[in-house]
Design a protein around this ligand. Structure first.
Ligand code: PMP
Ligand code: GLN
Length: 385
């Protein structure tokens, strides 16, 4: 085996293996019901699979254009204009990327210089801070309030400095399942108006908003759209997290810089899948029905948990349900998540891992992108604890 013995200064000294990998592996080792890592345990639409096969068999197997297959960019732009009222130029302002993680990372590579500050909300999705730090940036955190995980806009205002290069927002939010209101977007717009801060808006769960509410995309507010990268993921929308496909929208000036990095970071995203997604996107119902689909799953899971000592926090979007466990245990959430997996056979994600310092509150995150059978079995175990 080769071994490296020279000095090596890690660019990410505090980073270990992601909690998603850790918990999914533990679930597998113990044969536990895996409600930890966010992915469906059911397959995508057969029609979508058939389209990928169709385009592979049609021989569309070489590099697609750097910005993405034009018909897919058109389908994305058309959807965004219809849903959020913003017109993005297909040629210059829409880029197809290999997943939202990549989109966020490449936006950071585009924007962040050593010493630049990037504002994050805590709890923060785990890929944000490393994407900032690996480029020499400094994450600056604003705490979401507990238990409603709302944004304290005064705290945001206080955290903006002349060094603030960007702010990463995420609605619907992972891991809190909270969503921005229209008022939140107006506050953000107002606060940033006299700054050069760029918004990176992670909207991967844009089609999964519950209880009749609307997704608040930054695209809806011209003042924000003018300063934002919007990042979304086909993985969430079409039940294909393993395909790693997404898109990025931004005004032409920002996107030109993004593409300079993109073309040397990956150059292009998978070609035949882009053709398949472009054709499949013509069926609007597939994404318009997603919120109701996941709301039924949320409600099914909650009903099955009705007699449990775990107490649900509101899930307003995403496919995650957070449960408080104050009445169950005094353990740290990281310990309880491991014990529940090993001893009881149900895996979850401890929410404290999305904080730098574990908070006092006791919350586990459960993914309900699962069949009713899986959810019923998971809830039954939790109800006995
Ligand atoms: N952002 C958030 C908030 C997510 O939850 C996820 C994935 N679970 C991603 C980004 C990454 O999406 P992708 O798999 O397309 O990289
Ligand atoms: N975003 C998914 C989650 O929150 C996991 C993605 C990953 O494993 N990196 O569970």
């Amino acid at each position: 085996m080769p071994s490296y013995s020279r000095p090596l200064v890690s660019k990410l000294p505090r980073v270990g293996t992601t909690i998603f990998t850790v918990m999914s592996r533990l679930a597998q080792e113990h044969g536990a019901i895996n409600l930890s890592q966010g992915f469906p345990d059911f397959d995508c639409a057969p029609a979508l699979r058939a389209l990928v096969t169709k385009y592979i068999n049609a021989g569309l197997n070489q590099y697609p254009p750097m910005a993405g297959v034009p018909r897919l960019r058109e389908a994305v732009a058309e959807k965004v204009e219809r849903l959020y009222g913003a017109a993005y130029d297909v040629e210059h302002e829409v880029t197809i990327v290999p997943g939202a993680t990549y989109g966020i990372y490449t936006a950071m590579a585009t924007l962040v210089r050593p010493g630049d500050e990037v504002m994050l909300f805590e709890p923060a999705y785990d890929s944000y801070a490393p994407a900032v730090e690996v480029h020499g940036g400094v994450p600056v955190y604003v705490q979401l309030t507990y238990p409603d995980y709302a944004i304290d806009w005064q705290a945001v205002q206080r955290a903006i400095t002349p060094r603030t290069r960007a702010i990463i927002i995420n609605t619907p939010n992972n891991p809190t399942a909270s969503v921005f209101s229209a008022e939140d977007m107006r506050m953000l717009d107002g606060l940033l108006r006299d700054t050069d801060v760029v918004v990176v808006s992670d909207e991967v769960y844009e089609h999964i908003v519950f209880d009749g509410h609307q997704h608040q995309s930054v695209a809806r507010i011209p003042g924000l759209a003018d300063r934002s990268f919007i990042v979304s993921s086909f993985g969430k929308t079409y039940h294909v997290t393993g395909w790693k496909m997404g898109y990025v929208l931004a005004p032409r000036e920002l996107m030109a810089e993004f593409r300079k990095v993109h073309q040397f970071n990956v150059f292009v995203a998978n070609g035949p899948i882009q053709h398949a997604l472009a054709e499949y996107m013509q069926d609007r119902d597939a994404y318009l029905s997603l919120a109701a689909f996941y709301q039924r799953k949320r409600d099914f899971f909650l009903k099955a948990l009705a007699g449990s000592r775990f107490v649900p926090l509101p899930s307003r979007g995403t496919f995650f349900q957070n449960l408080r466990y104050d009445a169950v245990s005094d353990e740290r959430d990281t310990d309880l998540a491991v014990r529940l997996t090993r001893e009881h056979g149900v895996a979850s994600i401890p929410v404290s891992v999305f904080y730098r310092e574990p908070p006092a509150h006791k919350v586990l995150r459960f993914c309900f992108a699962k069949s009713e059978d899986t959810l019923a079995r998971g809830a039954e175990i939790l109800s006995r604890i």
